[in-house]
Design a protein around this ligand. Structure first.
Ligand code: FAD
Length: 459
């Protein structure tokens, strides 16, 4: 039986206006940080709101940044995302962009430094940052978003903005403004979330050399075993037979693959192996269930690694990520919907504002496996996929742009999300300076500006 929904009519209230800005960025993850940096400057008043106590979004949960290099090993994400990595590198908090046969490239980053560097760079650019502040609602005037209602310890307040960039990952602003949104595949199934955790005391040399030297025992997915003999920083994906053996011996493991990511610190690895199918990342009841189940899974996974995987004999659980990592929620329906074919056919667009190359990478909504599909080269992300239907003054960057479920599985990794942030920020700035709508921004000038500022685009 369907649960009955009760409603309460909220009384009209006077809300204080906290600020009026030129550009408001909602969400301080990979796309939001870069969007705010790109929009700032030239006297514009730019603000960024973030509901957590720190900046960085999924860049703080122990994941490597994927996608700086393309399938031909050339660097395809440059500009502000690279400047962000450069700042981390100065602090020894980022690796080089290391080619990887499965992921194109991995760039390891230290989560704590990400939080600090994001803060520093945004402050240097004069961006007004409000942490502990949730976007809650929109203020519409016809088809235009004129501002947002925020919620914090100070209560409900208003921010008016000439343009708004939705970098929430969940298309929260777009959804509330009435932009049509989709979620999941044809059955509504979304890629499952994962609570990342790290282990310390791991002998990563023993791990990589065992994989390199004993390929029959330690078979990996897609990555040739000899790769591990040549690389000290790596991602292991596979070891399926070890999981099978552990299951036969009584282990309950949620994934069919072992996924281990080396950290930047000696003996530290991050584990991407919890998995809770059926979580709706837009529903707190479902999210709470996801956190609860994922946390329960960690014990068995850690024990499996210690018992079956080389290099883990002295390892121990070090920390869990600050939140459950959500792979997929809402996607806006925009002026153009990117498809699987666009990615597989390496499609170019006249309004391409970023270049990506990461493969289709779908963690199945049901079961414990994943499907990957490569195109052989790069594809463009068109500006129109950042522009929502029916609503003006609003642009979306990050994983919730306008795509199908399949195409989203490719563009969702962090380097392209950062590049989209740069394009959205520069477009917002142009719209404010020229007093035009985001849909009227001159694309060839936007592309010229991106190129002039060091971004990579195809002719
Ligand atoms: C388990 C897992 C593994 C992954 N593996 C990799 C990987 O190895 N490498 C890789 O590159 N990518 C990986 N991804 C994908 C990648 O992390 C995300 O797709 C990417 O971070 C999306 O960036 P974003 O800026 O759109 O959103 P997010 O990183 O989710 O950032 C959104 C930000 O907005 C804030 N926010 C949300 N709603 C509100 C609101 N209402 N008010 C205020 N603030 C709000 C959030 O707190 C957050 O800080 C993985 C994802 C997951 C979940």
């Amino acid at each position: 039986m369907e649960k009955q929904v009760h409603y309460f009519i909220e009384s009209r209230k006077e809300l204080p206006v906290r600020m009026e800005v030129d550009v408001l960025v909602v969400g301080g993850g990979p796309s939001g940080i870069i969007a705010a940096l790109a929009a700032a400057g030239d006297g514009l008043k730019v603000a960024l709101i973030e509901n957590r106590s720190f900046l960085g979004g999924n860049m703080t949960i122990g994941l490597p940044i994927l996608g700086f290099l393309g399938q031909k090993k050339n660097q395809i994400i440059k500009g502000l995302p690279q400047k962000f990595i450069d700042r981390l590198t100065v602090l020894n908090a980022a690796s080089e962009h290391r080619p990887c046969p499965l992921h194109m490239s991995i760039t390891l980053v230290e989560p704590e430094a990400v939080k600090a560097v994001a803060f520093d760079m945004l402050m240097e650019k004069g961006v007004e940052i409000l942490l502990y502040t949730s976007f809650s609602d929109v203020i519409m005037e016809g088809r235009s978003v004129k501002g947002v209602v925020i919620e914090s310890k100070s209560g409900r307040e208003v921010i008016f903005a000439k343009t708004i960039i939705d970098c929430t990952g969940d298309a929260d602003v777009a959804y509330r403004s009435g932009v049509p949104c989709e979620q999941g595949n044809e059955q509504g199934g979304v890629q499952p979330p994962t609570l990342m955790f790290s282990m310390a005391g791991v002998d990563t040399e023993q791990l990589r050399m065992s994989i390199a030297e004993e390929p029959r025992t330690y078979l990996t997915d897609f990555i040739p075993n000899e790769y591990f003999g040549q690389n000290r920083q790596f991602i292991v994906v596979g070891l399926r037979s070890l999981i099978q053996k552990a299951r036969e011996e009584g282990f309950t493991l949620p994934t069919d693959r072992t996924i281990i990511i080396t950290g930047l610190k000696q003996g530290e690895v991050w584990i991407n192996m919890t998995r809770v199918n059926g979580v709706d990342g837009t529903n707190p009841t479902s999210l709470t269930r996801g956190e609860f189940i994922a946390r329960k899974q960690i014990g068995q996974i850690a024990e499996y690694l210690i018992r079956y995987v080389p290099g883990f004999d002295k390892a121990y659980l070090a920390r869990t990520a600050p939140f459950l990592g959500i792979r997929e929620t809402r996607r806006i329906v925009g002026a153009y919907v990117m498809t699987r074919e666009d990615i597989i056919n390496c499609r170019r667009f006249d309004d391409g504002i970023a270049v990506a190359s990461y493969p289709l990478d779908i963690h199945h909504p049901v079961g414990g496996d994943c499907t990957l599909e490569w195109s052989g080269d790069c594809y463009d992300i068109p500006y129109r996929s950042l522009l929502p239907l029916h609503v003006e003054n609003l642009i979306v960057a990050g994983r919730s742009i306008s795509t199908t479920h399949e195409a989203m599985s490719a563009i969702r990794v962090m380097a392209p999300c950062m590049a989209m942030g740069e394009a959205a920020g520069r477009a917002a700035k142009m719209a404010v300076k020229e007093g035009c709508l985001l849909s009227e921004v001159d694309i060839s000038r936007l592309r010229d500006e991106l190129l002039a500022e060091g971004a990579y685009l195809r002719e």
